[in-house]
Design a protein around this ligand. Structure first.
Ligand code: DSN
Length: 430
């Protein structure tokens, strides 16, 4: 019997229910994945006990020799994975990685361009309800109505008009490759810094299946738990470190020479305290996995599955933002299907298919209702599903959406899904 079961039956029961939910339903949330058991072992291990404020070799606490080894190895592996000269593995999340990068490169009130949240951007790219929109003067760019891809004429025009200090590219619901090179050209026109948030496609970037931001961007942030398949967390990288051009001082150590030093000190002590050493070590395990050839085969399958999914939706007369996908996600516009994103999410959930409602570009509905759903293939690919299963999944989605009040149908599909899932177990011995 497990320690948790003996010690706390209430939470053990809740954990069992979550394990059962993950094993017996289809996870199509594009930002979720299932880590390996090795990653979970490290994330659930004794390093959770250690305080280690500071950086390897320069901590505020004793007893850090082994967590130092873990953090150094995670940094080295991450640098190798993305060809980055500078890496920081301490951000607790993608939002904190973005906060540290923005606070390093900008002063409050500075002008920034970011992709509108409802066009596929992210909260930390200037949403008025987020610190980013409150601290900085964010101007949103958009995707084009015709193509669903970033409207570079608009980006160039906004850059010339507003002279931003920084441009952010990337987002959380953009199904196409992020166009780093085109953004760089515009950033250079106006002397802006370029930041990429590759949280969504980072696993594809690591495998070389998505272009790399490193040659084009001054700073790159990501999470570690989406296509990268690690534990929940954030990272910051620079392809090349460079001289501190702003005369900025680090929060603790004073005047510094390099932007890397500013980034390090902005993460800690600037915005975070004690690092989560168990998670940093687990990130190291995940980076080690991503460096293996099997990871490239896995990410290739994620994209193949997403393309099959897009094709199946198109055959059933669904509208897809940008007409398809280059990546792991498909953004389905339900406007012609007489159902909101909210109801689709709810009904699909009842049938055992987990998705999230999502605004589509030019959506007239609120973020709580929306006209779309975002679906992704990382998690189902991790459990070994391929073309046949994806084709069946789209059929089920269509049956639910076409008859969104038929509870009997949901129950039947839920059982069929449970049967299919039992042939693709996620974890053994859990
Ligand atoms: N919430 C994440 C996503 O689902 O894409 C982004 O932070």
């Amino acid at each position: 019997m497990s320690h948790l079961a003996q010690h706390d039956s209430e939470l053990f029961t809740i954990l069992e229910k979550e394990i059962n939910r993950e094993e017996s339903t289809l996870e199509l949330i594009a930002s979720e994945n299932f880590t390996s058991q090795a990653v979970m072992e490290m994330a659930g291990g004794v390093m959770t006990n250690k305080y280690a404020e500071g950086y390897p070799g320069k901590r505020y606490y004793g007893g850090c020799e082994f967590v130092d080894e873990a953090e150094n190895l995670a940094r080295t592996r991450l640098g190798e994975l993305f060809n980055a000269e500078y890496t920081n593995v301490q951000p607790h999340s993608g939002s904190q990685a973005n906060m540290a990068a923005l606070m390093t490169f900008l002063n409050p009130g500075d002008t920034v361009l970011g992709l509108d949240l409802s066009h596929g951007g992210h909260l930390t790219h200037g949403s008025p309800v987020n610190f980013s929109g409150q601290l900085y003067n964010f101007i949103s760019y958009h995707v084009s109505k015709e193509t669903g891809r970033v409207d570079f004429d608009e980006v160039a025009q906004l850059a010339k008009e507003f002279q931003p200090k920084l441009i952010i590219c990337g987002g959380s619901a953009y199904p196409r490759f992020i166009e780093f090179e085109q953004f760089r050209e515009i950033a250079d026109l106006v002397g802006a810094y370029l930041m990429a948030d590759i949280a969504h496609p980072s696993g594809l970037v690591a495998s070389g299946l998505h272009p790399s931001p490193m040659p084009f961007c001054d700073v790159v942030t990501s999470t570690t738990h989406k296509t990268l398949r690690g534990p929940r967390g954030g990272i910051i990288m620079m392809g090349k470190d460079f001289e501190n051009p702003w005369g900025k001082v680090a929060p603790k150590s004073g005047r510094v020479k390099k932007v890397s030093e500013l980034l390090d000190s902005m993460v800690m002590p600037g915005i975070q305290g004690g690092p989560l050493m168990h998670i940093i070590a687990a990130k190291g395990v995940a980076f080690g996995e991503a460096l293996k050839p099997e990871f490239k085969s896995y990410t290739k399958k994620i994209i193949e599955n997403a393309k099959v999914m897009a094709d199946e939706f198109l055959k059933l007369d669904y509208q897809l933002v940008s007409g398809g996908t280059d990546t792991h996600l498909v953004l389905v516009d339900l406007s012609n299907k007489n159902i909101t994103g909210k109801l689709a999410e709810l009904s699909l959930g009842k049938a055992g298919i987990t998705v999230n409602k999502n605004m589509v570009p030019f959506d007239e509905r609120s973020p709580f209702v929306t006209s779309g759903i975002r679906v992704g293939t990382p998690a189902v690919t991790t459990r070994g599903m391929g073309k046949l299963e994806i084709q069946q999944i789209v059929k089920w989605i269509d049956q639910v959406i076409s008859d969104s009040e038929n509870e009997e149908n949901f129950s039947r599909i839920r059982l069929d899904i449970k049967t299919m899932c039992s042939s693709f177990p996620i974890y053994k011995n859990i």
